[in-house]
Design a protein around this ligand. Structure first.
Ligand code: GDP
Length: 454
């Protein structure tokens, strides 16, 4: 880990290691311009000074030997990613060129940056708060559209703004209390108390909303779980494979082939789902393996957001089954009749149950539409603020605890200076989320997850 007080000039290759069409090398710090003056010769020989936010074409020389024709990008402090003077060199992506330019920059006074050091400087110089830094990591790691939208929203400072606003509101409450400490007679008379409680209630509700959003955030990250269930041999594994577009699960006309469950990710319109193929449900069995499989299926039903109940019998009492799952498991259920290709009399397709043939891909688009429409209720919240990190969730819970304690203590007339301490504790937790207050261990954990060059 870098020393957090370092102010020296750093450099690194910002593009992925290896050969590429081009590579980008970054320099950040006080020596950036001095170094580029020493190693770069602009094509335009009349050029006197390099201006910020401009791109220049020129040559990089190493001891009078030409290394490459490059473009350099200039960002003058404070208008740069790190807040320091930054120069980005876009060179041709051979490993030799990349390493030679890097060596040249280091020989002229820069140091090789450690993981996340550029971003750390952005944090240190107030360009990003800690919440935004963590969102940046989420953005790099986002696997689907929803993850990406969420990370981008947070990077733009949505949650940070809300946290800062809550901090301000708590500080205002504290001012009222401190006023009470100085003028004890005036302290929270009936009218003040009403206003005070209203403000406090408002803050508590907002924090509760953020805490609850964490579950939704987890759902987006991990994927909406869909459990495929039904009796043995109805075509669960065939449907599972068809949806995944490859043979992941064993299909056989022998009952009990899927004893353990199989889980795979499925992406529909940029949303992540976890598709789970389960062991067949049986009313009676003494086979220990089958019993274990059924127990696992029930666990998966409980954990899933959506159930796809499959049968291959047209006369299944689907309304009863649907009611059963809704009532006992409180789950959204899609009832499906499979093997419609075998039906002698063609039945007009109904919306429920859905008729499909997993083997021949009949009715699958309609089924996918049903999945998407059931997911709507989870997804409509995606534009709103969502907490995705355990660290933030824990700190919000701590803040809520202090504020609830405060609410109780006000009712029993506890002294304002003690109440004020509770407010300070709550703010302390919020400060830790955005990084106004932090410790080296937290910083190390966060910045160490970045790559060198970011
Ligand atoms: P599971 O035990 O519910 O997972 O069922 P499988 O997916 O292993 O399928 C059992 C048998 O039904 C296999 O022989 C499949 O080929 C067959 N099957 C599955 N879906 C269809 C379908 O849509 N039409 C027909 N005709 N056969 C199917």
């Amino acid at each position: 880990m870098f020393n957090i007080d370092n102010n020296d000039t750093i450099t690194a290759i910002a593009t992925p290691p290896g050969i590429g069409a081009i590579a980008i090398i970054r320099i950040s710090g006080k020596l950036s311009f001095k170094i580029i003056d020493l190693i770069f010769q602009p094509i335009d020989k009349t050029l006197k000074t390099l201006k910020s936010r401009r791109i220049y074409l020129g040559y990089i020389y190493y001891q009078n030997t030409l290394i490459d024709k490059v473009l350099i990008n200039i960002f003058k402090s404070p208008n740069s990613y790190t807040g320091e003077d930054i120069i980005e060199i876009s060179c041709h992506g051979s490993i030799f060129i990349q390493n030679k330019i890097l060596e040249l920059i280091i020989n002229n006074g820069a140091r090789l940056a450690t993981r996340g050091e550029f971003t750390f400087r952005a944090f240190k110089n107030g360009k990003l708060d800690l919440y935004q830094v963590e969102s940046l990591l989420d953005l790099f790691n986002s696997e689907n559209e929803l993850d990406h939208n969420l990370a981008l929203n947070n990077l733009r400072g949505e949650v940070s703004r809300i946290i800062k606003n809550l901090r301000k509101k708590i500080l205002n409450l504290n001012t009222i209390l401190e006023f009470g400490i100085d003028f004890e007679d005036e302290y929270l008379n009936k009218k003040n108390l009403r206003v005070f409680n209203k403000l406090l209630g408002n803050i508590i509700n907002h924090i509760k909303y953020l805490i609850n959003s964490f579950q939704l955030g987890l759902l987006f990250k991990e994927g909406i779980a869909i459990a495929i269930i039904g009796k043995p041999n109805v075509g669960k594994s065939t449907l599972f494979n068809f949806l995944l577009k490859y043979d992941r699960s064993i299909v056989s006309n022998q009952s009990g082939t899927t004893i353990n469950y199989i889980e795979e990710n499925l992406y529909l319109d940029g949303i992540k789902y976890r598709l789970i193929d389960n062991a067949g449900l049986k009313k009676k069995t003494r086979n220990k393996l089958e019993l274990k499989g059924i127990k696992k299926t029930i666990e998966n039903i409980k954990k899933a957001e959506i159930i796809m109940y499959l049968t291959d019998k047209i006369n299944t009492k689907y309304l009863q089954i649907q009611r059963y799952y809704k009532y006992f498991f409180k789950k959204e259920i899609i009832f499906i009749i499979n093997k419609c290709d075998l039906l002698k009399n063609k039945i007009k397709r109904q919306s429920s149950p859905i008729l499909i043939s997993a083997k021949y891909g009949i009715g699958i688009n309609y089924l996918l539409d049903q999945i998407k429409s059931l997911s709507e209720r989870f997804i409509t919240n995606n534009k709103k603020t969502i907490i995705t990190k355990v660290r933030h969730y824990e700190e919000l819970k701590k803040a809520l605890f202090q504020l609830n304690k405060m609410k109780e203590n006000i009712q029993i007339g506890i002294e304002p200076d003690i109440l004020s301490l509770l407010l300070k504790e709550a703010n302390y937790s919020l400060d830790k989320i955005i990084g106004t207050i932090t410790n080296e261990e937290i910083l190390f954990n966060i910045f160490d997850s970045f790559c060198v060059g970011k």
